[in-house]
Design a protein around this ligand. Structure first.
Ligand code: TYM
Length: 334
């Protein structure tokens, strides 16, 4: 609880231009919690440096991710929006939780295995201990609910295990968080390889639709989407490409996948792809317009960052003083 409300926390890495996977799996769902929960939405720049970043790009994307949060409907008066590295308690608790996270647990993380393969020349210790920093992000705010795409479920389970272990040793310290993944859209697939997750760091631009792509780019990418040699527009395990497009269409229009199947019965793939592209571009147009307005006002974004960091710190420091006391760290009398 914080200020008499249950807490929601989530984060997005500023490690690439955000995709419709980030949007449909996570950010689009964030604003639904704003009324009933105290929400902390963080731009996790410290997580991003587990993979080499160009400093100027990291800085630019940090502003952009914050502006996108707002463009997607997050009012900074109703949500605490902040940047991870502005609240050093994340690093502090991250280190502490490293000491309560097992080597074997971290070794089993599928994201670590994937990223080690993709970054074979830079398998650094941060990439390995990434999930305990993520656990720190969540546990620092006594979070009850974490809205994420399904690729983060394993990390969330580990955060729960770490919290349970810590509480078992020291008595109640952390709330055990629950995950929230949307029914549809929790795993949007690549348009080029529909059996793989859509990823913001994919080098193939045709595989990903970015939230800020313009209408022409969006339609072009959907037109090129890999499907199958069949002609039927239906969801199914044997039809990864079409299933993905139906899911995307249903998320952007609010229709169910079954309704979409009925709507497109008898259509050719070309017309169907165009309809999906148009639904996506129409839904994202207001987000893009609002983003363009916000990103032009750097001073305002800096005010939001500063106020967010201050508000986050006020909550985080309560947990930190509890954790320090429980661990047996000495207190400095000033
Ligand atoms: P990141 O930056 O990779 O992704 C941000 C959010 O987008 C979701 N997501 C997707 N959802 C559906 N389909 C996809 N193809 C897709 N790709 C990404 C992710 O599940 C995520 O919710 N480790 C996290 C960031 C993080 C975090 C946290 C999240 C750090 N600390 C604490 C929650 C709580 C990550 O790398 O997300």
């Amino acid at each position: 609880m914080y200020n008499d409300k249950k807490v929601v926390f989530s984060g997005v890495q500023p490690s690439g231009n955000l995709t419709i996977g980030n949007y449909l799996g996570a950010i689009k769902n964030f604003s639904a919690f704003s009324e009933d929960y105290h929400c902390f939405y963080c731009v996790v720049d410290m997580h991003a440096i587990t993979v080499r970043q160009v400093p100027a790009e990291l800085r630019r994307r940090t502003y952009e991710t914050l502006a996108l949060y707002m463009a997607c409907g997050l009012d900074p008066q109703k949500n605490t929006l902040f940047v991870q590295s502005h609240v050093p308690a994340h690093a502090e608790l991250g280190w502490i939780l490293d000491c309560y996270t097992m080597f074997g647990e971290l070794s089993r993380m599928t994201q670590f295995k994937d990223k080690s393969q993709k970054n074979a020349d830079n398998i650094n210790a941060g990439l390995f201990t990434y999930p305990s920093l993520m656990a720190a992000d969540i546990l620092l705010y006594q979070t009850e609910m974490v809205p994420v795409g399904s690729d983060q479920r394993q990390h969330l389970e580990l955060a729960r295990d770490i919290a349970t272990r810590f509480n078992g040793i020291y008595g109640d310290t952390f709330v055990i968080p629950e995950g929230y993944t949307p029914k549809d859209g929790a795993r949007i697939m690549s348009l080029a390889e529909p059996t793989k997750k859509m990823s913001k760091s994919d080098a193939n631009e045709n595989a990903v639709v970015r939230i800020l792509d313009d209408k022409d780019a969006i339609i072009r990418k959907f037109k090129r989407a890999v499907t199958d040699s069949d002609t039927e527009i239906r969801a199914g395990a044997d039809k990864a490409g079409i299933t993905n497009l139906l899911t995307i269409y249903s998320c952007f229009t609010g229709k169910t996948v079954e309704e979409a199947e009925r709507e497109f019965a008898g259509f050719g793939y070309g017309d169907f792809k165009l309809a999906v592209g148009e639904a996506c571009a129409d839904a994202l147009a207001p987000v893009r317009a609002e983003f363009n307005r916000l990103i032009a006002d750097k001073a305002y974004l800096e005010t939001v960052m500063a106020e967010g960091a201050e508000a986050a710190y006020r909550c985080a420091r309560r947990t930190m003083s509890k954790v320090r006391r429980k661990l047996g760290f000495t207190e400095l009398k000033r």
